[in-house]
Write a protein that binds this ligand. Structure first.
Ligand code: BJ8
Length: 387
């Protein structure tokens, strides 16, 4: 197996997460506010405007699933079970240190799980409209954005001024730009960065509580990689280039992303919540801040929205910009919304874009690794023959 090209100080996601527990405890001891979050729909600007730290609570570990199955059905998405299992068993320090939880009514499994989570800790669930395009959708969602601002004010006994929100929007937009620029290194051909590093760094950065520090790190790594491209990669042949789409991949990073690269292809981009999709769309800094935040988050192209036409446009653009040779869709078990959209995605990729597509249905268990390897191996061989 070829070694992945990783920086010398590379930390795996579990290592980075472990380190961040200790930092979070220090911050908690210093009296910092901490809000647990789950989703790309979370208006992080309001968490920042409340002088709070947002910590991601999405479960990625298989070992947290058995405790969850004492209350949740077995045939549920592993991300949901692992998230709840971490909270219920007391094994998720991020949940433990959170003052409160901010969640959204996305898929059915998550929103029903949040009801159980509310038994353990104060949980505010923002109601998402079922579609982003209906006439009342923005009005409805904007009221939810106002509501969470007021909820933070009540919960923490603070006032969140428009000025605070504007500052938070500017900071988060700068962060978005730094993340986007890092992702876009994957557009270079051949890519000087492995998709495993991209997925690891972006997921680990959710646990970097210093936003300015995060921006500085990403800018530095982006510059290093561009330099590396000029010196060592430019003009050399490229391995087959794969775009990942579908469910979030943090929990299956080693099982799918790393394996693709060990088997001979490059994961150059992610059209999912681990990718640049949301980063390309900043909050409008010229508008009333609440309206701008509501508009921005309503444009997130998740399969939980019906209809969800923006996803195909985003996918098509990314296929072109990243010079993709094939698309791999990751479907977590029992994720009905992405599984149903998969047929449309497959049709679009294979007919409109005339590219090979494969879907991997999986969960957090290692039991299907050999089967995944065999299928990925055949897919990459096919891509290699076409490149
Ligand atoms: S905006 S992708 S982070 S909802 S994989 S739990 S959808 S059953 S994670 Fe997601 Fe927000 Fe959408 Fe992104 Fe449900 Fe599917 Fe599980 Fe999922």
């Amino acid at each position: 197996m070829p070694e992945l090209n990783l920086p010398e100080d590379f930390e795996t996601f579990p290592e980075a997460r472990k380190k961040s527990f200790l930092r979070l405890k220090e911050l908690k001891d210093q009296g910092r506010r901490i809000v647990g979050t789950f989703c790309t729909y979370t208006p992080s600007e309001l968490v920042t405007a409340a002088d709070a730290i947002a910590v991601g609570l999405c479960g990625i570990s298989e070992e947290l699933i058995p405790p969850a199955e004492t209350r949740l059905p077995k045939n549920l998405c592993p991300l949901i079970k692992s998230s709840y299992g971490g909270a219920l068993s007391g094994k998720c320090p991020f949940f433990y240190f959170s003052d409160m939880i901010l969640a959204e009514t996305t898929c059915d499994g998550k929103k029903k799980m949040y009801e159980l989570l509310g038994e353990l800790k104060h949980t505010h669930v923002m109601q998402l409209p079922p579609g982003s395009t209906g006439v009342k959708a923005l009005e409805f969602w904007k009221a939810e954005v106002v509501d969470i601002k007021e909820e933070f004010e009540r919960f923490y006994g603070i006032e969140i001024t428009d000025e605070k929100i504007r500052e938070a929007i500017k900071l988060r937009n700068r962060e978005r730009k730094a993340v986007l620029d890092f992702f876009e290194v994957g557009r270079l051909k051949p890519s000087p960065v492995s998709g495993y590093e991209i997925n690891t760094i972006i997921s680990s950065n959710d646990y970097n509580y210093d936003i300015e520090g995060k921006i500085a790190y990403l800018e530095k790594r982006t510059a290093e990689l561009k330099d590396l491209y000029e010196k060592e990669y430019k003009g050399k042949p490229s391995r087959p280039r794969i775009l990942i789409t579908g469910c979030p991949t943090t929990g299956v990073m080693d099982k799918v992303i790393k394996r693709i690269e060990e088997l001979g292809a490059d994961v150059v981009g992610f059209e999912n919540c681990c990718g640049p999709r949301e980063k390309k769309d900043p909050v409008d800094e010229t508008k009333d801040p609440i309206t701008a935040i509501a508009e921005k988050y309503l444009r997130v192209n998740c399969s939980v929205m019906s209809p969800n036409p923006g996803r195909l446009d985003a996918l098509g653009t990314q296929i072109d910009e990243y010079q993709v040779d094939g698309v791999v869709e990751v479907l977590l078990h029992a994720c009905h919304t992405f599984a149903i959209e998969a047929d449309t995605i497959k049709h679009y990729v294979t007919t409109e874009k005339q590219l090979p597509y494969m879907a991997i249905n999986t969960d957090y268990s290692p039991a299907d690794q050999a089967q995944i390897d065999t299928r990925l191996g055949a897919f990459i061989e096919l891509l290699g023959a076409q490149c």
